[in-house]
Design a protein around this ligand. Structure first.
Ligand code: DPP
Ligand code: ZN
Length: 844
């Protein structure tokens, strides 16, 4: 397979002045007519006229009205063209119904929809399908469907046809078309300059009651982007469409966002608090792309984090503003450690801006997105808020309408702040998670912190240079008063010291507040000091972090030394959980057990071989001990966190319910399941019903509840995804793969719906001890299903291969089992380029 390199970038030798497309829709034989005006560039580096195209049947091609001979080659066509501006016209036929890859134009439940990012437009017609080629689009859709949508503004329509015009030049990956018998949930928004915008959420009949929350989230996002970034919407209409079969979460097509239905449809009866929060964030994310992604896009796909890192950062700011800043930060760091750290420390490690790929779809990763966002957060911390927004204003001013690079992005920071960003740029070019070793010294009133940074080699990058690391530090005295408010230390050397003068006694340091950089902090400290910070740290993130470190250390000591749960930590934990002055959402996070895969990674980093079953047992024992130790308080806490009145998905209620669910899970370990059963039966919202079902399944008392849940919700696809997943994630380790296998034979299981596939296979691979059973049953089941799915949907298959990425951590027996499965996948006949690249990288 071909490998593409950043260093090989060459501009396309032609400008595209305008694009006109006509779609004559038919399920298995849609005709696409294109009329494209090309202008050869003067002094072009290359005058080759190559148009991308895949799985297209070329009916005709003409230049300036005269039929032309083209050379069809793998991945596209070549054609001899004039050296003066010309009109390219082509007609192709495509088969949306046969398109199970869900890329290009495809059908889902009888509706047509598109997914073009990154390189799906070439499955619609011949085109220079690269993000640096931007043009305006006019689209005519002909078909019997009631609703015919494309990008931009509607210009004309009649029975069986509609026309759209998008005045904003865009790359082809932002093209979209939707056609179906859909129903809309309408609303409108007036922008700050007084422009009226029609808003619609389009859904299948039956789903119209699940749109109101998404619509509110959209309006909040529009207001927020005006207020915080000064960005206004720029078309007369903004459409969102919900589709069931979708590889990603959602897609920011200009003026026509297409959403996985799981990321937009919401109702109290069918969605949990976590669903509501995620939907609000994704609506915001896609909306924010209108400026960071669409108006300013990427020059090439190596620059993907330019738009994704920034837009994830922006949506995180939005969620923090709508809800709770510390809670959002803690949630994000938990997710970063669970998803990005393993990637960064394993065979798939790559920089936020990769320099080579075979299949770009394999680089929509936690590193590009979440680490990309961390990099923006560091930039903001280093330059300060005022200069950050100054740089962003310059970015929008200077680059509106352009396809940009990370160099362009860093230049606006250099020009707006006068700083040199050369060293900071290493965050974009170097892979791997830096380790930051800390030591301290107190002498004659001066407290000195010394940091040493190092990053282990990653694939293709043996040597790492020191990075700029913003380290937010505060100091406490022995009573827990803050004697040094948060100060951002700017580390640039491999080893560097920072001094704090004029102190009466040795302080307790609170280091890497707010998780100010995505690094692994290593410090010789004691559980006594951690317990002190857990009780007193004035930075909520680091207070949680101290508890998290204790939670990890006590489990690790149980695993490696057979110790009992640390009683000082238990006491501190119980005290904190009982403290009603603290935010319930924060207390719920403090009660959240550290991820078992994260514990395995830590053991591996300390030179030990993790045993998934022992990790599981230690976690269970700890939770059981906690339940018993807290037993007196559980009924009171359960009552105190029960939210009265009608359900509302606001942050306050959600925080209480999150704590309530943790209390219920502890209660269920002590009673016979009565409380959970009662909650299950009386719940009037999915958050409570789901929490109760999870408790019952975990206690192995969920058979009846599970059956009644199925009866109640079997018609609801999204709730059924929960039902599939929960049975696996709540199973005993030895039963997880067996249950998952049974579920793959359930009549409602299908390979054709990525959500359903992810519900089952994602729950299996997310069950650390269950997936890693030494029998290898989990590995085999996942590999069987990946092989089956690859023939239909390479993109989703390839992404799920990442479940195998952590194999080097485990014992030889497990390593051999996993490698055997990866080899079995690799040698499958006709394996996709996507999956082939992933298994090859994981094995090497
Ligand atoms: N739709 C995906 C996302 O936002 C890719 N752009 O992030
Ligand atoms: Zn995005």
């Amino acid at each position: 397979p071909q490998t593409f390199y950043l260093k090989d970038y060459t501009p396309f030798g032609f400008d595209v002045e305008s694009v006109e497309l006509t779609f004559k829709l038919a399920p298995t034989a849609t005709r696409v007519l294109s009329r494209i005006r090309f202008i050869p560039q003067e002094n072009a580096a290359s005058s080759d006229f190559f148009l991308h195209g895949e799985e297209l049947e070329l009916i005709s091609a003409a230049i300036d009205g005269t039929p032309v001979q083209v050379e069809e080659v793998d991945g596209g066509l070549n054609c001899a063209v004039p050296s003066t501006p010309f009109l390219w016209e082509a007609e192709v036929e495509i088969n949306p119904k046969g398109n199970t890859a869900l890329e290009g134009l495809y059908m889902s439940n009888g509706m047509y929809c598109t997914q073009c990012e990154a390189e799906g437009f070439r499955k619609i017609t011949y085109y220079p399908d690269r993000p640096d080629v931007m043009s305006t689009f006019k689209v005519r859709i002909e078909g019997p469907e009631k609703v015919l949508l494309s990008n931009g503004n509607p210009t004309a329509s009649g029975e069986g046809w509609a026309e759209w015009h998008d005045p904003w030049p865009k790359p082809a990956y932002l093209f979209a078309l939707v056609a179906g018998d859909l129903i809309n949930h309408p609303d409108h928004f007036t922008t700050k300059s007084g422009k009226d915008v029609d808003l619609n959420i389009w859904v299948r009949p039956g789903d119209e009651g699940k749109c109101a929350f998404g619509m509110e989230a959209l309006k909040k996002s529009m207001t927020w982007d005006e207020e915080v970034y000064g960005r206004e919407y720029d078309l007369d209409i903004f459409n969102i469409v919900a589709v069931d079969d979708f590889n990603m979460g959602a897609m920011e097509n200009k003026g026509l966002n297409v959403f996985n239905s799981s990321c937009v449809l919401a109702s109290p009866e069918t969605s949990t608090d976590a669903n509501f929060e995620r939907i609000e964030a994704i609506i915001a994310h896609e909306y924010f792309h209108n400026w960071t992604g669409n108006r300013i896009t990427c020059r090439d796909w190596f620059q993907l984090c330019l738009k994704e890192g920034l837009t994830v950062y922006r949506d995180a700011q939005f969620t923090a503003d709508m809800r709770s800043e510390p809670v959002k930060r803690i949630e994000d760091v938990i997710a970063l450690r669970a998803r990005q750290f393993p990637e960064d420390q394993g065979p798939l490690s790559h920089p936020p801006r990769p320099e080579e790929f075979q299949e770009i779809n394999n680089f929509y990763t936690a590193t590009v997105y979440e680490k990309g966002a961390e990099v923006i957060g560091m930039l903001k911390r280093l330059v300060g808020d005022a200069d950050y927004y100054k740089a962003l204003d310059l970015y929008f001013d200077r680059h509106d309408g352009q396809a940009c690079t990370i160099e362009d992005w860093l230049s606006v920071f250099e020009d707006a702040t006068g700083r040199d960003m050369a060293q900071f740029k290493r965050w974009y070019s170097q892979a791997g998670t830096p380790k930051l070793k800390v030591s301290d010294n107190f002498d004659a009133g001066t407290y000195t912190l010394t940091f040493e940074q190092s990053t282990a080699p990653t694939p293709g990058q043996d040597i790492k240079d020191p990075r700029v690391i913003p380290i937010a530090v505060g100091l406490l005295n022995d009573k827990g008063d803050e004697i040094q408010p948060t100060r951002v230390l700017e580390m640039t050397q491999a080893t560097q010291s920072f001094a704090f003068d004029g102190l009466a006694a040795k302080p307790v340091p609170s280091i890497l507040r707010e998780f100010s950089a995505p690094v692994i902090l290593e410090r010789d400290t004691t559980n006594t000091e951690r317990t002190f910070l857990f009780a007193h740290d004035t930075d909520p993130f680091n207070r949680w972090e101290a508890g998290n470190a204790l939670a990890k250390e006590t489990r690790l000591a149980m695993i490696t030394a057979g110790e009992a749960p640390d009683s000082a930590y238990l006491d501190a934990l119980i005290k904190l959980v009982r403290d009603d002055t603290l935010d319930p959402a924060f207390r719920a996070l403090v009660l959240q057990a550290p991820g078992q895969s994260d514990l395995a990674q830590t053991l591996h980093a300390r030179g030990q071989v993790p045993d998934p079953q022992k990790i599981y047992d230690a976690s269970e024992t700890f939770t059981q001990t906690l339940a018993q130790a807290l037993s007196d308080s559980l009924p009171r806490l359960y009552a105190a966190t029960t939210v009265d009145g009608p359900y509302s998905p606001d942050a306050e209620g959600a925080g209480k319910r999150a704590l309530n669910a943790r209390i219920l899970s502890l209660l269920t370990r002590l009673d016979a399941g009565e409380q959970a059963q009662r909650q299950f039966e009386t719940a009037d919202n999915m958050t409570l019903q789901y929490a109760a079902l999870a408790c019952l399944l975990k206690a192995d008392k969920g058979a009846d509840a599970s059956a009644s849940f199925f009866d109640q919700w079997q018609e609801d696809r999204l709730v059924m995804d929960k039902w599939f997943a929960l049975q696996i994630s709540c199973a005993e380790p030895e039963a997880a793969a067996r249950i998952a296998k049974e579920l793959t034979t359930h009549p409602l299981f299908t390979l054709k719906n990525p959500n359903r596939f992810r519900a089952v296979m994602g729950a299996l691979s997310g069950h650390h001890a269950g997936f890693h059973q030494i029998s290898g049953a989990g590995y085999t089941l996942l590999a069987d299903n990946l092989i089956a799915l690859d023939a239909l949907n390479p993109q989703t298959t390839a992404r799920m291969c990442a479940a195998f990425q952590s194999w080097p951590r485990y014992d030889t027996a497990r390593q051999e089992l996993i490698k055997g499965e990866l080899q079995r996948i690799a040698t499958t006949k006709g394996l996709s380029r996507d999956t082939n690249e992933m298994v090859t990288r994981i094995l090497n």
